[in-house]
Design a protein around this ligand. Structure first.
Ligand SMILES: [Cu+2]
Length: 496
């Protein structure tokens, strides 16, 4: 009797313990896997990341555990072709526009090695939107030509993220093609599909209008006005058309990792004759279904998936439609296979939905009415020069003229500046490139010409000369005017 009672009591206790254990275990299973969880996730091993040029992507992560992933990326500045006969000097992450695709999984620790090729002219850095940390990595990665910077980050949030250069002038670096995508796959990986591709939209601003031949330099004025001559997929007109079209077979599911580098425009991404079965909205967790056109913000991305049920050529566009037919934002997905009359029947006429080429755009130049110039006092020059400095020079030379090591020379107590005012005026008027030595340190970068009026150059340089321990030279508008009238100095005269 007693023993029986004891036994029942005992088995009851065992049962309670058992259910308690299940309860705890289940709780653990359902525990929200948040950033904290991934911060502390166990990592297994390390490897060097496979990087790919568009439109291709590296192999899926599958169900591999989190690991240390080493990314080796080199920045190159190189000439490419925007459209037939139009050359453009692109600045690239890994040699392509968009830059190399990086594929990670959540919980990975990425050790990023950013190299700046020795032949490059500019300092660069990288801001990855997948990074939790200051500047998205930009504050740790400013790298001069011929150098390498290393920084590490933990991927805490799954999703598809843009990366880009963030060196001043930031817009110019992005406009020259310095952007790409980094995918952070969720635990267990994205569901497998038949085909995966990588596309990024970008807007480009050239001195000449669409199709104007030769090497076309970047046009800052058009960029600020957000009036691109080219809006393209994967860095150039026709990167994804004709024999470079994306391909699939009837019945396959195609996943497109679609990003938008901007720098300015938002993309209304659309596939003519198809419907996106699934869209990972903005590259995050939210999945929308049956979408005709999805918005890809500048500096944003989306993952779109479409099953291709019928053969044919499907045109991918930014549905801001002039961009597609007249500025280049048009790609093709060619689907092969048997006709599928249940889904679609009709005669197929060739030659519709083809690129139409450039609209000629000329920016009317309104001549400014000449102002009556009354000579300013030094104090007045310093006030307007200071404001101008804050707007135009400080992005590179920094607020107190201290510069940035290996990138932007100091203006504070600069021997180069104080030795030769004409040279300083020329630097602002025409820009400056090649090796210069400032206070014993070598710089070999490019200062863009600043596009200022005589008064503005006079004010800003007078401010600089009368600040931070410089020699108090006064630069008059007349002096600027006289120097402007002369031809730009040759590089060797500047550097001596
Ligand atoms: Cu850059």
């Amino acid at each position: 009797m007693y023993t029986q009672f004891n036994l029942i009591q005992k088995s009851k206790r065992v049962a309670i313990l058992f259910f308690l254990a299940i309860g705890i275990f289940a709780c653990k299973e359902n525990e929200e896997k948040d950033a904290k969880y991934y911060e502390n996730i166990k990592m297994v091993g390390q490897k060097t990341a496979e990087l790919t040029a568009p439109p291709f992507v590296p192999a899926p992560v599958g169900d591999r555990p989190a690991m240390k992933l080493i990314v080796n990326m080199e920045i190159t500045e190189k000439e490419g072709e925007m459209v037939d006969g139009v050359k453009y000097t692109y600045w690239t992450f890994g040699g392509s526009v968009p830059g190399s695709f990086i594929r990670t999984r959540v919980g990975d620790e990425v050790e990023f090695h950013l190299k700046n090729h020795p032949d490059n002219k500019m300092p660069h850095n990288i801001d990855l939107h997948a990074v939790t940390g200051p500047g998205g990595g930009a504050t740790s990665s400013l790298v001069a030509p011929g150098h390498e910077k290393v920084f590490s980050f933990k991927t805490l949030n799954p999703g598809l993220y843009v990366y880009h250069c963030a060196t001043a002038p930031v817009g110019m670096h992005i406009a020259n093609g310095m952007y790409g995508l980094i995918l952070v796959e969720p635990e267990g990986g994205l569901a497998p599909v038949d085909k995966e591709y990588y596309i990024m939209q970008g807007d480009f601003y050239t001195k000449g209008s669409y199709g104007e031949q030769g090497n076309q330099p970047f046009d800052m004025e058009k960029a600020i006005k957000e009036q691109p001559d080219y809006v393209v997929f994967n860095g150039k007109v026709g990167a994804l058309t004709g024999d470079k079209a994306l391909t699939a077979k009837r019945g396959e599911t195609v996943r497109i990792f679609m990003g938008n580098g901007g720098p300015n425009l938002v993309s209304s991404f659309h596939a003519i004759g198809e419907i996106f079965d699934k869209v990972h909205v903005e590259g995050g967790d939210l999945i929308n279904k049956n979408v005709q056109t999805t918005l890809i913000p500048a500096g944003g991305a989306a993952i779109v998936e479409l099953k291709v049920e019928v053969p044919g050529t499907f045109i991918l566009v930014d549905h801001s439609i002039f961009r597609a037919f007249n500025k280049g934002a048009l790609g093709m997905l060619k689907v092969e296979g048997e006709e599928n009359k249940k889904v679609y029947s009709g005669t197929i006429q060739e030659g519709i939905y083809l690129p139409e080429g450039g609209t000629i755009q000329t920016m009317p130049k309104v001549a400014g009415t000449p102002k009556n110039t009354v000579a300013k006092t030094l104090a007045q020059q310093v006030v307007s020069g200071k404001a101008l400095y804050g707007r135009t020079c400080s992005a590179c030379h920094q607020a107190e003229g201290q510069g940035v090591p290996n990138a932007f020379p100091p203006l504070a107590k600069s021997d180069f500046l104080n030795a030769n005012p004409d040279r300083a005026v020329n630097a602002v008027l025409h820009g400056l490139s090649g090796e210069v030595t400032v206070n014993g340190k070598k710089f070999n970068n490019v200062m863009t010409s600043q596009n200022l009026t005589d008064d503005e150059v006079s004010d800003v340089l007078t401010y600089v000369y009368n600040s931070w321990g410089n020699n108090k030279t006064i630069i008059t508008p007349e002096k600027v005017k006289a120097i402007r009238a002369k031809p730009a100095p040759k590089a060797k005269d500047v550097h001596e």
